[in-house]
Design a protein around this ligand. Structure first.
Ligand SMILES: *[C@@H]1O[C@H](CO)[C@@H](O)[C@H](O)[C@H]1NC(C)=O
Length: 137
């Protein structure tokens, strides 16, 4: 009985160490503006407001964070593309969707005509995504 509980605790210890190491690997999000004009971006999570940033065409905005243990990390962004008075929304990192496709680097590019592509680190392909838009400024 003693041995069983010792190995049980050992397994629990190893599993939690593994889970903590997995979830604490830093993820870097990069959002490139290839739209042709300056854009304004505002990204947030439940706990962090990253503020409003102006990104010139041909440059990028980036930040990094540690995804959480429960796979619920979510950073969402709103993008304003002059002269369109609409905020376009997308999830820049949703852990349940992205923990595999962008394990350490989450690259996004905003192209002309409100096109959005995201880089899949596992396959090496750029994938098409879509903004959600609303009429609230
Ligand atoms: C915007 O940036 C991209 C990438 O650097 C560049 O290829 C393009 O010519 C730029 N467009 C304008 C209008 O400056």
């Amino acid at each position: 009985m003693k041995y069983i509980s010792a190995s049980f605790y050992c397994i629990v210890f190893l599993l939690s160490t593994f889970a903590i190491l997995q979830s604490s690997a830093k993820v870097h999000v990069h959002i490139q503006n290839r739209q042709g004009k300056n854009i304004n971006i505002h990204c947030k999570s439940k706990d962090d407001d990253l503020g409003y940033h102006n990104i010139e065409n041909g440059t990028e905005y980036s930040w990094s964070f540690n995804p959480n243990f429960w796979y619920t990390t979510l950073f969402y962004c709103a993008v304003l593309m002059d002269p369109d008075p609409v905020w376009y929304h997308f999830d820049a990192y949703r852990q349940s969707r992205d923990s595999y496709r962008c394990e350490s680097q989450c690259l996004w590019a905003i192209l002309k005509h409100h096109s959005l592509i995201g880089y899949n680190q596992k396959t090496g392909n750029w994938e098409r995504f879509f903004f959600r838009s609303d009429r609230l400024l």
